[in-house]
Ligand binder design. Structure first.
Ligand SMILES: Cc1cc2nc3c(=O)[nH]c(=O)nc-3n(C[C@H](O)[C@H](O)[C@H](O)COP(=O)(O)OP(=O)(O)OC[C@H]3O[C@@H](n4cnc5c(N)ncnc54)[C@H](O)[C@@H]3O)c2cc1C
Length: 525
């Protein structure tokens, strides 16, 4: 068993936990972040990709709207390389309730969400594929944000401030010394070791799993309701601006341009278990129909990939237990000293990725209060590594970088312009990473071929780079393809069937993939 000692353990390597560990470290505490898998493999890696302007919540959740508007400005500045400043539109579609648009305007004015009404002609000039039947349009400051860049940016900033980040460390127990937290017990999924981390404080940022973690400290009935939503990536940018329907928040009413694709979403249904999220066919059809309302001819684009995520919603007594669509998106902090008589444990839940920094500030403020040790939050004043220049991400950035100094570097993934050097550098930095871990940071296999060509090349390079042996290489490839398949089968229609048949032929026909060695037991969360 390994043993570590620190001041604060942060549980959960999603946006919230990464923000919390950064804040704790920047206030001068020794901190360790643990996640049972890779960073951003929970809801943060399975969301819609929208840095909210606040517009979505001006009527339904005014407090959240103001928080989003304020955080949008901060995140765009301190995490510039994760944010594409696309701008957003709220459009009143044919048949939408016209009175809602007036409520929306009043709500935006009351909550301080910046907007400008533009003419329908202007909106259509900006987004020519938009439904020409729209009757009003409002421009807002929505943006597109890469959740993995955001999490790694915050985590690397935390490491620069002295924090440790331990991925694939599953928390199995919160250690108590009477009415005081004394540490956490983890299981290292890679080395199969137990790891005890002694500490004075635990900050539980485990998202939809936060109730499970609290129960490990004998704090029961923490009600985090997983609100399942599905999203579908279409094979190109149907729009370059985030497009929202100007209606009360509903299903399939937002289309977000993310890197080379556009994502339609989402649904909102209570799930029983955040580890068992389904992608029902009827919801897929519902999303494609909803896309048609925003962009006529939507179905003619190819659906590339579908996935589901679980919102960590705090149980809301105002609505029914299963009505996750209408539960508040507000954040909530549980003080286990007052609630359960246990000092040194706080749980945070709810909120949105857009407000992750504010959530972190609030929970770390609460920790400082409990410790009687006031230290100021400065996370809004310092950019994370690689965002210092304040240059926001733009869609053509990989082409620009390539033309600058990578012209001789072999391209491994044509869809995403990922080169051999980019892959090797990350393998060197994270030698135990799976292909899926590399995918999240490099976008390997996330374009139109869904890994059909690049995953085999990447496996060969990992093998050739002598980081892994042949058994592990083939197992990692199988695991990668298995995980891609989860998001493919629910959307198999039209051209995607042809692409999948081609990929299947490549892997079965040339590699006999089903019969490759199966010796590595990887974590497949
Ligand atoms: C369908 C959908 C669409 C969304 N779209 C948007 C959007 O466009 N914009 C926006 O701002 N927000 C959006 N959200 C909300 C946003 O994604 C979430 O609020 C946010 O990602 C939650 O982050 P988190 O860090 O709290 O949780 P997570 O990212 O889930 O992190 C929790 C972590 O805890 C870890 N964990 C669990 N158990 C253990 C254990 N035993 N030991 C160690 N670690 C453990 C998990 O592995 C996970 O990584 C969306 C959510 C959904 C579901």
């Amino acid at each position: 068993m390994r043993r570590l000692d620190t001041d604060v353990v942060v549980i959960g390597g999603g946006a919230t936990g990464a923000g919390v560990v950064r804040d704790v470290a920047m206030r001068g505490y020794r901190a360790v972040l643990v996640d049972r898998a890779d960073l951003g493999q929970g809801t943060t890696g399975r969301y819609h990709g929208l840095l909210h302007s606040g517009g979505r919540y001006v009527v339904s959740d005014p407090h959240s709207a103001t928080e989003c508007a304020e955080e949008n400005e901060i995140i765009t500045r301190i995490q510039a390389d994760a944010v594409e400043v696309t701008g957003g539109l709220f459009v009143v579609g044919p048949g939408d309730d016209l009175a809602f648009a007036d409520d929306w305007v009043a709500g935006a004015q009351a909550t301080g969400v910046p907007f400008e009404e533009i003419s329908v002609a202007q909106a259509l000039r900006r987004e020519p594929r938009l439904n020409p039947g729209i009757t009003r349009a409002f421009a807002v400051q929505d943006a597109s944000i890469d959740g993995w860049q955001l999490v790694w940016g915050a985590a690397k900033s935390a490491m620069n401030h002295g924090a440790q980040v331990l991925t694939y460390h599953r928390v199995t127990r919160v250690i108590r010394d009477g009415d005081q937290v004394a540490g956490v017990m983890c299981y290292d999924e890679k080395t199969r070791d137990d790891v005890q981390i002694d500490c004075h404080f635990v900050l539980n940022a485990a998202g939809a799993w936060a109730g499970e973690i609290a129960a490990m400290a004998d704090c029961h009935d923490v009600q985090v309701v997983p609100g399942r939503g599905i999203m579908i990536a279409m094979n190109h940018r149907l729009v370059n601006t985030v497009v929202n329907r100007c209606i009360y928040p509903s299903d399939g009413d937002i289309l977000v341009p993310v890197h080379t694709v556009s994502i339609i979403g989402t649904t909102d249904i209570k799930a029983d278990d955040p580890d068992r999220l389904t992608i029902p066919r009827d919801e897929v059809q519902q999303m494609l129909d909803a896309g048609e309302v925003l962009v006529p001819g939507f179905r003619q684009a190819r659906a590339l990939h579908a996935w589901a995520g679980a919102r960590p919603l705090v149980k809301d007594s105002r609505v029914g237990a299963g009505d996750t669509r209408h539960m508040s998106r507000g954040m909530s902090i549980l003080h286990h000293d007052e609630r359960d008589g246990l000092k040194g444990l706080l749980t945070i839940s709810g909120g949105k990725l857009t407000t992750y920094r504010l959530m972190a500030k609030n929970i770390v403020d609460a920790m400082c209060d409990q410790l009687g040790d006031q230290r100021e939050c400065t996370t809004d004043q310092e950019s994370v590594p690689r965002s210092e220049g304040g240059k926001n991400y733009i869609i053509t950035h990989r082409l620009e970088e390539r033309e600058k100094d990578r012209l001789d570097d072999q391209i491994i993934c044509e869809c995403e312009l990922m080169s051999r050097r980019m892959l090797i550098d990350l393998i060197d930095e994270q030698p135990t990473a799976s292909l899926d871990d590399l995918r999240r940071q490099l976008r390997l296999g996330m374009g139109p071929c869904q890994g059909g060509f690049c995953s085999m090349r990447a496996t060969g390079i990992a093998l050739d780079h002598e980081r892994i042996d042949i058994d592990r290489a083939s197992e990692l490839l199988r695991l990668f393809l298995k995980n891609r398949w989860i998001g493919l089968w629910p959307i198999l229609y039209g051209d995607q069937v042809r692409q999948t048949a081609l990929d299947n032929w490549i892997f079965q026909g040339t590699l006999d993939i089903e019969h490759l060695p199966d010796s590595v037991n990887e974590v497949t969360i």
